[in-house]
Design a protein around this ligand. Structure first.
Ligand SMILES: [Zn+2]
Ligand SMILES: [Zn+2]
Length: 65
C-alpha cells in the first residue's frame, strides 16, 4: 500500500497521496508523497525524534567535607 489519504494544504481537502518516482534512492522507504490532486509533494516525516543523547550530569560527590 503506497497510497494514503491525507489533508492537502494546497487543495484544502483530503486527497490521495501516492509515492512519486523516487529520485533519492529511498526505495520502499521513500518518505515522499505526492498529492494526486495538485501534484504537490510532501514529506511524510514520521516524528521519530532522534534521541537526544543528554549526557546525564554526573552528580558531583567530591565535596570537601
Ligand atoms: Zn524518495
Ligand atoms: Zn493537493
Amino acid at each position: 500500500m503506497s497510497e494514503r489519504e491525507l489533508h492537502c494544504d494546497i487543495c484544502g481537502s483530503i486527497q490521495r497521496f501516492e509515492v512519486p518516482p523516487c529520485v533519492d534512492g529511498h526505495g520502499a522507504d521513500c518518505p515522499e508523497r505526492a498529492c494526486t490532486g495538485c501534484g504537490a509533494a510532501i514529506m511524510m516525516v514520521v516524528s521519530i525524534a532522534p534521541r537526544r543523547s543528554t549526557r546525564r550530569r554526573a552528580a558531583v560527590h567530591h565535596r570537601a567535607a
